[in-house]
Write a protein that binds this ligand. Sequence first.
Ligand code: PM9
Length: 465
Amino acid sequence: MDYPMEPFKIKVVEAIPRTTREERRAAIEKSGYNLFNIPAEKVTIDLLTDSGTSAMSDNQWAGLMVGDESYAGSRNYYRFEETVREIFGYPHVIPAHQGRVAENLLFSTMVKEGDSVPNNIHFDTTRANIEHNRGRAVDCVIDEGLDPRADHPFKGNMDLGKLERTIREVGRERVPLCLLTITNNSGGGQPVSLENIRATRALLDRYGIPLYFDACRFAENCYFIKKREPGCADRDLHSIAREIFSYGDGCTMSAKKDGLVNIGGFLCTKDPALAEKITNLLILVEGFPTYGGLAGRDLEAIARGLREVLHEDYLEYRIAQVRFLGDLLDREGVPILKPVGGHAVYLDARAFLPRVPQSRFPAQALACELYVEGGIRTVEIGSLMFGHKDPKTGKDVYPELEMVRLAIPRRVYTTAHMEYTAETIRSVFRRRDTIRGLDLVHEAPVLRHFTARLRPVSAGEEKRS
Ligand code: PM9
């Protein structure tokens, strides 16, 4: 069978909200055409994010009951630390309540004004945390990773030429670290190959630059390596993970993704001096080093989730479910980013709505239509999330990729939910010529997509633009 059956059965269920089209129209207007402002009880299928939205297993729920809530030295911390050390192989493990805190701790310690930090593609919080420390976030993904239709098994790979040019342009001393995001979320959930990781490491070694992984979806990346990389088919997923991380100096992790939990994260490093500095900062802003902003029970759930996420039958189902939704859309000619990534299907909004210019946020307009059509909440990864003004010229700069991401929560939705989602999208696709763009009404200075307010462009305004 092409799509394997779910390797679990369902013990607890949660009712799905149903709404009328009129209710959804009223909700989207009230939200300022921003899906982050829609109450979850007005959402039928919630594909806003795969972050913190997983269903935990019975084993993880059981783990919550053995939570040790001691302020210092909780037994769950030691289990968490042992598990992270075993999978990731780094000696220093620093808990945090989510990924962006790990990023903030790392960059505020390592990045200084005027520094550049290369990555395949920085995710929004990563970019924002670097820029908050007055650094420059530089994307160096291979060209295929910026072309929604290019076929490549590892579209998340780092372009070594772009990476080396960046280092030479700014000088080695202005590059305090390099990142690799696995899988590459902003580029379509695309994996990075072991070969590319090894080569990136070798290049960085020539300049003495540390490599850190943004490891949110590391297990999905391991699975793609096993399936696609020559010589890896018979390898165990743990050994692939250990090899990946052996090439790094550490990692940041949002356990809300491949930790299979609703909250949590951590930072790892090989560097004892850096670990000490970061731990001191952690105590100031997040909590004591054996809980880092989390309850003991959360640490236990992460430890158990990290072991479950590397089960091969789970990953086979996970990746196939996402591909199933992608195939349903592709078959009908709906433009999607290909090949389908690990955690999400990405609609190519420029191809879907070719008449809407990037200055009018086509991906955001499309995301709003999907909500009105069938109560499906998605997220824009395009000009609203990544567009900005060039600080030198003051001109608007737009990202290459203009996408709507359908992120699939782990172990939450069934095949029928995927079919309903595909049918809703196909209905919008059939009436795509009627969809107009949006204008910004309000934006925050950083991470504007979370709180922005927009309004639809009228037919007259559209003609004039
Ligand atoms: N990613 C996502 O939906 C959640 C925030 S935006 C709705 O994809 C990477 C690659 C991420 C990521 C979060 C973080 C931050 C870092 N790197 O959300 O702070 O995809 O735990 O992690 C989101 P936290």
